[in-house]
Design a binder for this molecule. Structure first.
Ligand code: SF4
Length: 375
């Protein structure tokens, strides 16, 4: 029997596990990345491999040690290293003596036939069309709901009176969503989650707003970004991330299949500064930073894995873009050496700067009014 595992990325393991089990596979749930995962990845990866490559490689070693005989990975297209990712990881793991099959799910727009063949290998149960519809409906709703409760945690955390409440509620909501067995359980769970967030005591304030852009893995997996969203929320900041998995799936799986550009608006916005695609999400980082500025955000943080080429290109453009749009900018390079305390200090300084800038702008805009009143 296939014992399938896959990379750990945020809460996506919940619907993905349900999907693979419904397809008739045994699933080895990947462990949340820890220091051990990172040190395994760092040990076996080439020195200059990008950070997500190392974390995913370490996760694969742990999954294979736990009994997985099949690894599922998403493919990718260049010009960055994403296209080589799984081939290289498969070679490293097989050289280490592991026996397994690597199944790569390529983007449907360019490799539709390959994608179908890969999916076929993962279907190991007799399923009817009705089964496929009900499985897809269930896991999709689960994914959307997981993104919704995470967004709510970003919104409520800076307003909470009792520190840690939003995080506690968020974890509870994830547990509830994970406990659902069928689609019909989910509307009730959704209501329960909303009530849990409503029950948090909040202060009335207008928090500093920061948009987060960058490479997909470090955006979506909190252990790779040292839980930056939670840290910022606890500093009283409203955080909005430029990417969630449900939205990414629509853009890169569904719309890509019909050769439609889901992120057209983002790419169009970036075009005056960044015309060509350079792989990863470099161009999207620039486009999203401008869109955050237009929506009145105070600052943008770019999360960039160490040696990530697309984000290095974006990093050379973003300071100019943010200056022109009057928005603060901070870039954070992430690798196995990045420490939580150092990051916290940088975030505190950045938030202080944004706060000072906002107060200064306020006093400038209030002054003419005061002058009018005094006249
Ligand atoms: S986008 Fe960056 S981190 Fe991802 S594969 Fe490409 S170079 Fe590596």
């Amino acid at each position: 029997m296939r014992k399938v595992s896959f990379p750990y990325m945020g809460t996506s393991y919940i619907p993905f596990k349900n999907l693979l089990e419904a397809f008739g596979n045994e699933v080895v749930v990947p462990p949340k990345p820890t220091e051990e995962t990172i040190s395994l990845g760092t040990k076996f990866a080439p020195e200059f491999a990008c950070y997500p490559f190392k974390i995913v490689l370490g996760t694969y070693v742990q999954c294979l040690e736990a009994g997985a005989n099949t690894l599922v990975s998403s493919g990718g297209v260049g010009p960055c290293r994403a296209g080589l990712y799984t081939t290289l990881q498969e070679k490293i793991l097989k050289d280490l003596g592991y026996e397994f099959e690597m199944i790569t799910l390529e983007p449907p727009g360019r490799h539709f036939k390959d994608l179908l063949q890969s999916i076929k290998k993962l279907i190991n149960a007799p399923l009817t069309l009705k089964d496929y519809i009900s499985i897809t409906r269930f896991v999709w709703k689960q994914l959307v709901l997981l993104d919704k409760v995470e967004r709510l945690s970003h919104k409520i955390r800076p307003l909470e009176i009792k520190k840690g409440e939003a995080t506690r509620v968020y974890k509870k909501c994830v547990e509830l969503i994970a406990s659902a067995e069928k689609y019909r359980d989910l509307p009730e769970i959704e209501r329960e989650c909303e009530l849990l967030y409503d029950g948090i005591q909040k202060r009335d304030s207008d928090p500093i707003k920061i948009g987060i852009v960058g490479e997909i893995y470090v955006l979506l997996e909190p252990s790779s970004n040292l839980e930056i969203e939670e840290m910022l929320g606890e500093l009283g900041v409203y955080v909005e991330r430029s990417m969630f998995l449900s939205q990414y799936t629509i853009y890169n799986a569904v719309l890509d299949l019909f050769h439609m550009a889901g992120e057209r608006n983002v790419k169009k916005t970036a075009a005056p500064y960044f015309k060509e695609m350079c792989g990863g999400h470099g161009r999207e980082s620039v486009g999203n930073a401008i869109l955050f500025a237009k929506r009145g955000f105070d600052g943008v943080i770019q999360l960039s894995p160490f040696t990530c080429i697309p984000e290095i290109v974006a990093k050379s453009i973003l300071p100019k873009v943010c200056k022109e749009h009057g928005i603060g900018f901070l870039t954070i390079s992430l690798d196995e050496q990045t420490g939580k305390e150092g990051l916290r200090t940088r975030l505190e300084a950045f938030v202080d700067l944004l706060m000072a800038k906002r107060n200064q702008t306020k006093s400038f805009t209030v002054k003419p009014q005061i002058a009018k009143e005094m006249a």
